[in-house]
Design a protein around this ligand. Sequence first.
Ligand code: IMP
Length: 175
Amino acid sequence: MSTTTFKALISAERIAARVAELGAEISGDLAGINELTVVCVLKGAFIFAADLVRQLSVPCRVEFIRASSYGAGRASSGEVTLENDGVFDLDGKHVLLVEDIIDTGLTLSSIVVELQNQHLASLRICALLDKPLARKAPIEADYTGFTIPDHFVVGYGLDLDGRHRELPFIAIANR
Ligand code: IMP
C-alpha cells in the first residue's frame, strides 16, 4: 500500500496576501457596475470564493455551480457534468466565475460554453491556481492567483479523493 506525502507549496499567509491583491484588482476593474454575480465552482473553489468575496468592494450576489470531471483520483476524465440548483438567472449579469485550479482547462471550457449560451453582460474568470503545462483546452483566466508546476496539489479547498480540503495552505501530494 502506498503512502501519500505532502510538501508545502504556498503558505496561508501568501494565499491571504494574493487574495487581497486579486480582490483589489477585480474591484478596480469592475468599479461602477451596479452588481457582480460571483459564480463559485464547487467543490474546490468554496474556500477561495469565500475569502475573495470578502475582499471585493463591488456589491455581489454569490451563486454556486457544480462541475465534476474527476472521479476518485487525479486524472481528468475530460467529461464534465454541470449542475446548479436551477434558480439563478444570469441574463444581463456581470459574472465572475471563481475556479480553484485550471489544469487541462476542459472543465472551465465547458462551463464557459454553458455561460455563453446565456446573455451575460460580461464574464470574467478568476482561478486561484493555474497549471499551464497540463493544458489541453486553450483557455486562460482573467485573474490568476498563482501559476504552479504540473503537480497534484491539495489544501485551501482542493482535495485528493475528497480529503485535505481543510488545510489552510497548499501542498503538493505525492503518492
Ligand atoms: P481540468 O478540467 O483538468 O482543468 O480540471 C479542473 C478541476 O480538476 C479543478 O477544478 C479541480 O477540481 C480538479 N483538479 C485539477 N488539478 C487538481 C489538483 O492538482 N488538485 C486537486 N484538484 C485538481
